[in-house]
Structures are given as structure tokens and as C-alpha cells.
Design a binder for this molecule. Sequence first.
Ligand SMILES: Cc1ncc(COP(=O)(O)O)c(C=O)c1O
Length: 363
Amino acid sequence: MTIYNFSAGPAVLPKPVLEKAQAELLDYQGSGMSVLEMSHRSKEFDKIIKDAESLLRELMGIPDNYRVLFLQGGASLQFTMIPLNLAKGRKAYYLVGGSWGKKAYTEAVKLSKTIPFEPILLASTEDTVYDHIPEFDAKDIDPDAAYVHLTTNNTIEGTSVYNLPDTNGVPIVADMSSNILAVRYNVEDFGMIYAGAQKNIGPAGVVVAIIREDLLNDEPALSAMLDYRIQADAGSLYNTPPAYSIYIAKMVFEWVKEMGGVDEMEKINREKSGLLYDFIEQSDFYTSPVKNPKDRSVANVPFVTPSKELDAKFVAEATPLGFKNIKGHRSVGGMRASLYNAFPRQGVLDLIDFMKKFEAENS
Ligand SMILES: Cc1ncc(COP(=O)(O)O)c(C=O)c1O
């Protein structure tokens, strides 16, 4: 039986990458040891981390005046590191279009009780369970503010920001955890981009942070581990990095390049998710909670049947047939198909076949 892993993260990885990791597990390129056992100061690992960075720069078109960091603590630690390093007594705006964006805002509010700066909720769609991307007037933004934080892809709710908003000249800081390398963005439109690896980059344990140089601290932040300047100057090797996760990430970047790069990935992702959205649209049985097609994510596709009971039945029947992790997040309910870069097109076609059958039997 074919297993399709619809998990929102940690998520499906490209099979050729896992096969290469398996082949190299015991002896990395004749070194006589595994990457798991290797010093992060060795010449082998030095090449791995440098290659990972240069591949990511090439794939995303990252300009020279941006630093690329491989950090720890998940995307969640960035919710604290960003205001700690960037806000510096100023205003910091939060555009909250989903549960993760709300967490980022909540952490900033907590930090502002001990570190002086002013987090401001710019706009939120919480009152409609984040079923669309919030809008705001750029005139409401103080041009002296430190940043505007937004989430490019709301993993739980299945919405995306494709066209960046006007922020009155204030740098955008983006959580790109669930659509980095899946959709093309222009890095120069951001002050900073960050992403937890466990969706489109590799295993959990590493976070990629891409920061415009002029936003790095002049004064040390609270702690060395939380200081972008120190991490950047140490080449992400201030302490022992999540070396194996970085090694897998490097191979995922190679795979994306072989696949034709980010533009090609976006084309494939739009086609894959389009098949599912088109099927949902024409059905009287399934609906998408995201009403405005322009906000729909190509990475996470939530959908519901006419009732909670049928949703539960759908998951119960789909799972033993190999459609794993298709249950939606508890805050949204229903189902969610996460169709990251490594998710195969055939999995979408097979899911649609199952959805047709389920509809015929239950409508
Ligand atoms: C958009 C987004 N931001 C942040 C996170 C939190 O990431 P982590 O578990 O790496 O802290 C997630 C996790 O799924 C996410 O989807």
C-alpha cells in the first residue's frame, strides 16, 4: 500500500534525499564516520554548512547584504528573538492572519513587560477564525517603527499572503515556515525572513533566518544564543549547531535545485493544489473554509464535509487506506492536506478519487 503523508510538519521529505542519507549514514564520503558523529568544526561539516548556505542563497536569490543563519529553538523562539534584537524601544506591528501569527504577537507582548518596546496589533482576522488575510491602511503605520511582522503562510488555516502589503517603508519580518521554497518571494522586499525547517527544508531542529545586515545589533542582546549579530559573526557556529538537520537541509536544497528551483516548485505546487481546490469547488459536499480564492494556500489545503460526524468518518476511513495525517488542526476541524514540495502529485489524484467515493457513499 502506498502511504501518503499529509502531515503539516514534520512533513514528507524527498525520497532521494532520504535514500542518500541512508547510503551515507555510516560513512560520510569516505570520512569513516557518520555526519551524526562528526565535529561541527571538522572540514567535512564546514563544507556542508557552507554549501547549504550557498545553495539557499542561489535558490532564493538572497542578496549579499543579507546574512543567512542556521539557528535552534524552532520558529517559536524567533517570536522572542525578533523583538529582542530588532525592536529597540520602538513600535513593532503585528499583522495576525492565523494562530502562529497570534503566538508571535503574544510572545512580543510578554517580552515588552521586561524589555522596552511597543508591540501593536495592526489587524487580525481572529473573529472569523482566520478565514481570510486581514487588511489595513498603510497610513496607520508609524514610519519610525522597527518592523511589521506577518506570516506568509498560515499553516493551520490554509491562507497565504502572496502580494506583500504596503507598510509605509517599515521593514517586513516574515514567518515563512510553511511556504519557504514553495512560492517565489523577492528577498529584498523583507527585512528578515525566518522558517522552521520541518516542512519544506528538512528535519525539525533547525531554523533558517535571513536578515538584512543593517538590522543586526550593534549592542549585545540579552544573551549570546539569542543575538543575531553574535550568531552571524560566528557563522551559525557559536555553539554546537543541529548538524544533522543542516546536512539534510543541504540535500533538500540540492533536490529543489535539481527539480528546477523555486519557480518550478511553485508551478508544480499551484498545479497540485489547484487540482484539489477545483475538485472542492465543483463539489456540493466538500467546502473550503477559505472563501476568497486569492488567499488560498498552495501548501496547506483545509476542507470540510457537511458535518463533524462525517469529517470524523472521513478521517477514520482514509487513514487505513494510506492517507495519513489528513485530520485538520483542532482549532479548524475537518481535514487538511499539506502539499509541501516533496508531496507527490499522484497523492493528490488518489485523494480526490477517495473523496469522490466517500461523497457518493455519504451524500
Ligand atoms: C507558520 C508557523 N510558524 C511557526 C511554527 C512553529 O514552529 P516550531 O515548532 O519550529 O517552533 C509553525 C509550526 O508548525 C508554523 O507552521
